[in-house]
Design a protein around this ligand. Structure first.
Ligand code: PBG
Length: 328
């Protein structure tokens, strides 16, 4: 066996300036969207035990915190409400209260910082006692169409309260088109839809459910609406449907375990692709780093860079603040 030593790829890796110049991807704080938890039940902020470094914020303390994030360059936020137990019910009716915390938060943030991008998560799970993203029919099954009607009405409340985009995270069939119709008839023509299109039924959502207080006693099973992690074709079908129904941005979630789907979406759709590096993806790195097994900053950066390289240019990440401090 002979090797042609005129071909030496390492030549391009010798000089650090050249290495940086030929980097095919790089992260900036403009790639990142920071998910933020807001709660009426605490005074200042409270660390989420399964997500060290991430907090539930009272609305007043959140309003005090936002300028610091903006100074770091973070200008895009996805807001998740933690809803008091007493306000939860079978149908998640609090989502249709125009004074609900999530709408109040948007009004306050937007009136102070109009230049931010605010994304309103649209799903029933923070509001239902059973923790599902849909309402249940008499047989205990998730009732698709009535759930979609509620989400569509809620999208109008979200748009009117100042959210720039609504992000349906429920995985009901047909919701993007009905939400678009409701937004348009309310003249919310510029309220966009960031669709959780390929959302997998993932065990990595565990810490998030603790964060918003939707953890139920029996483990919850969302496999009648979220995608089977084994199914790539089916996830592609969902991406096609959401685009056809009027989604402005398609999202894949979780992110790092599904880079193949992100990459497909990037290569095949002419719209921006988002990915959600979810709570469990965050917590696993933080946990390993706290044992001294991994370098947290480096692993977080590598993980987000992988998501970007695969093709996502909007990345929801709990590491947003940490990354902003590194990238600054
Ligand atoms: C539910 C929702 C979930 C997440 C965002 N919206 C969890 C779920 O489907 O149970 C997960 C986010 C994360 O894990 O960080 N509508």
């Amino acid at each position: 066996m002979s090797f042609d030593f005129s071909i030496r790829p390492r030549r391009l890796r010798e000089n650090s300036v050249l290495r940086e110049m030929i980097a095919e991807n790089s992260l900036t704080v403009n790639d990142l969207i920071f998910p933020v938890f807001v709660s009426n039940e605490i005074r200042d902020r409270q660390e989420i035990s399964s997500m060290p470094g991430i907090y539930r914020w009272s609305l007043p303390s959140l309003l005090k915190q936002i300028p610091e994030w903006i100074d770091l360059g973070i200008r895009a936020f996805a807001i998740f409400p933690c809803v008091e137990k007493e306000m939860k019910d079978e149908t998640g009716s609090e989502i249709l209260n125009s004074n609900a915390l999530t709408y109040e938060a948007a009004r306050k943030i937007k009136s102070n910082w109009a230049e931010t991008l605010l994304i309103g998560d649209l799903a029933l799970d923070p509001y239902t006692i059973h923790g599902h993203d849909g309402i249940l029919d008499s047989g205990g099954q998730i009732a698709n169409d009535p759930t979609v009607e509620i989400l569509a009405k809620a999208s109008v409340l979200a748009g009117n309260s100042g959210y720039d985009m609504v992000a349906p995270s429920d995985m009901m069939d047909g919701r993007v088109s009905i939400i678009r119709k409701h937004l348009d008839s309310a003249n919310l023509l510029h309220t966009g839809i960031l669709a959780y299109s390929a959302k997998f039924c993932s065990a990595y959502y565990g810490p998030f459910r603790e964060a918003i207080g939707s953890t139920t006693q029996a483990p919850i099973n969302k496999s009648t609406y979220q995608l089977n992690p084994a199914n790539r074709n089916e996830s592609i079908k969902e991406l096609h449907l959401d685009l056809a129904e009027g989604a402005d941005i398609l999202m894949i979630k979780p992110a790092e375990p599904y880079l193949d789907v992100i990459s497909y979406a990037k290569d095949n759709f002419n719209v921006p692709i988002a990915a959600y590096q979810v709570s469990g993806e965050y917590s696993r790195l933080v946990a390993a780093a706290s044992c001294g097994w991994l370098d947290l900053d480096k692993c977080a950066q590598e993980s987000i860079l992988s998501i970007k390289r695969a093709g996502a240019n909007l990345i929801l990440s709990y590491f947003a603040e940490r990354m902003a401090r590194i990238l600054f």
